[in-house]
Design a binder for this molecule. Sequence first.
Ligand SMILES: *Cc1c(COP(=O)(O)O)cnc(C)c1O
Length: 410
Amino acid sequence: MESSTLLAEQRISLPSDQDASGRTLGDEELDLLGQVIRSGTLTSTKGEFVRLLEKRFAEVLGVQHVYACASGTAAIHTAVAALDPNPGDEFVTTPITDMGALAPILYQGAIPVFADVDPRTFNVTAETIAPCLSDRTKGIIVTHLFGNPCDMRGIMELARAKNLPVIEDCAQAFMAEQGGQKMGAIGTIGCFSLQQGKHMTTGEGGLVCTSDPALARRMFLFINKAWGYGDPKPDHYFLAPNYRMSELQGAVGVAQLSKLKASVVNRVLAAARLTEHIGDLPGIETPYTYPKSMHTYWKYCLRVDSGTLPGGAVGLAQILAKKGISSAPRYIQKPAFMCEIFQRQRTFGSSRFPFTLARPETVDYNPDRFKGTFAALESALVLPLNERYTDQHVDYVAQSLRDAIRQLGA
Ligand SMILES: *Cc1c(COP(=O)(O)O)cnc(C)c1O
């Protein structure tokens, strides 16, 4: 008790993205929400806020078409469905991502084929994707993890050579850039999440974008039960859910989008300050980015060397927790393919579909093929970060980390 009182005196509390302290929600959102409520039109099929959010996000990103939808998972599902895979077709993707980027592949009857990652960035590369391609490959799905862009030059070169579409999962990478282009505008389709903890939020929600008119048409239909709104003889053209966003979310989204640039600047500045303060500490590596890339720091992920620091990422996290800093050692704990859904092939009833259609080598998940993935997760220590971090918050995290490293004996 006594020692925790002492610690409490030294502690400051960090802003959290799970409540108002770490978010930018305010009068702008309330004002637009009030307009929606007073209008009495809460559906985006008749209202104007979701359409406005789509139009403005398209301008920000530099793409032709954006559609809002119910979640980041729905955005990925819409992207996969727009490519219209046949059952058993394959999507090459990453084992270090949110399950919301993988479940939609299975829902469309296709097989996720996992590529290893570059342990420096936690991201797939052209070199790790290439050996996973087959004559069944329908597309490539990359995640720009933590806001750090994948090396898209190599990936797009490979995709073009094989005539494959690329889906960019930008749920953690709003406004991130590479070679002067925004992430989400480089591949064939870009997907974003507006979940509570992302760069901008509507509580739950998603955005999906493309500059390909035929794919845009299929995306719009997939979000809308494939009903041909506005067609001379509309029909339900194919199997599709209702993934629409409501006007309530659309209004919040429009207000949030107007603050996105400032939020991203704050995150980038806070991350730069943290890197400056901790870059010289032993046993840790600050984030690595590929050339010409701008990382927009959904989170700040360190790599911890357990050879130098006994206890590694887990040990550091325990000490940081005592200082009120809740970090996530090992991020998602294990590669996605170690989860029951893949290990036990739990999908539809007892059918195991679509795994029943998979080529055996795509579902054996031999650890030898995933050396980068295991090394990356073992070393990962994800520090929290958001747009409300001030210099004082950053300096507190830096000092706490410095103390923790000293305590671990380095
Ligand atoms: C958050 C997230 C998703 C899923 O988004 P939801 O809105 O939670 O469905 C997908 N991919 C990545 C990389 C994410 O971080």
